[in-house]
Write a protein that binds this ligand. Sequence first.
Ligand SMILES: Cc1ncc(COP(=O)(O)O)c(C=O)c1O
Length: 464
Amino acid sequence: MKTIIEPFRIKSVEPIKMTTREERERYLKEAHHNLFGLHSENVLIDLLTDSGTSSMSAAQWAGMMIGDESYAGSPSYMRFEKAVKNLMPYKYVMPTHQGRAAERILFSVATKPGDIIPNNTHFDTTRANIEAGKAVAIDLVIEEGKDPANEHPFKGNMDIAKLEALIAEKGTENIPLCMITITNNSGGGQPVSLANIKAVSNICKQHKIPFFIDACRFAENAWFIKQREEGYQNTSIPDIVREIFSLADGCTMSAKKDALVNMGGWLALNDDKWEEQCRNVLILTEGFPTYGGLSGRDLEAIAIGLDEVVDEDYLKYRMASTAYVGDRLTAAGVPIVKPVGGHAIYIDARAFLPHISPLEYPGQTLACELYLRGGIRGCEIGTVMFGQQPDGSEHPAAMELVRLAIPRRVYTESHMLYVLEVILETWENRDSLRGMKIDQQPSALRHFTARFSYKETNAKKEAA
Ligand SMILES: Cc1ncc(COP(=O)(O)O)c(C=O)c1O
């Protein structure tokens, strides 16, 4: 059959509160036109993030009932460890309360001030944890990965020539580890090919640089490898995953993504010396090594989630629903980042609203309009998020995007049809939209709390 269905039945439902445009105008005004300020019950379809927003399966909920909450040596930890090692064959696995805790532990042990950490694109918590230790985070994604319209199948790949040049310039003694993020969240959720992971692994081996994977969306990345990379069409997803991780020396993981749970993470590695040091930090800041920052029941849910996330029917449905929205938008002429990544659709707000200049925040205008028109909450990833400079000045970001992240197993095809209708209606009415200004902002990370209002007229129109 051609129709790809959700490979699950729904046993437990969560009502969505319906709202009118008038109500949404009031809610948005009360939130100072910042979507982070909304009460989530006033959002119809919440596409703010795919992190920690998955629906758990009946098996996961059942597993939670047998969670063993012993302080030390819990059988739930043993099941968690076995499930992780089944896919990521590392010697040591340390649970943490979420991904950034694993990053903090790893970087606090591995880096010293002035060290360089290359990645395809560092996620913001990864970068922040590196910079907190006064080390330097360098992004080396291929050039194609920076062009929203480029259809390269693995836009998350690392630029191998740039990695080699960086090592030659800085010296191996200043690069304590190299990372690669699968899929590349900050670069549009784009996948990395196995050939590229192998090439990075070989270079790291040659220079004796430990190689780590930021593993958050490993199953989605494996699915893209199976679909797009020559030679993997007949390999199972678990085998592709094992091949990926066998090429590295360890990984950090946020279980809030591809472990299908609402909270959790881990750090896994092989090195005995780093393990001992990381374990000491873990005990100090997260908890005893057989629970990290988690309850026994959380460990059970992760163990079961890891089994479910590599199921091909699940991945087929997940990727089809993202691609479906992307393809329909493309067919209607709506500018989006292509090809569609794993966990989100990224609308190119600069091309959507060319009459609004970057310093009038077209991404914020578009994100607010999707909420006003249909109660959809997305996230601006543009000048609001990246434009504020440490010296107080402001520059346009490289791209003005609105990310619509799709939570796992939460919304059905008709929810996606509704999302499409709202975006297409907004597209038809795009000329009437006005840019925004910031009325109040903090000195850093302004996108979370800044207050916005609409401009009377757009600067470009005034100039015209
Ligand atoms: C690629 C990537 N790395 C790390 C993290 C951090 O994980 P957490 O939110 O669990 O701390 C995220 C979260 O979105 C991510 O997308």
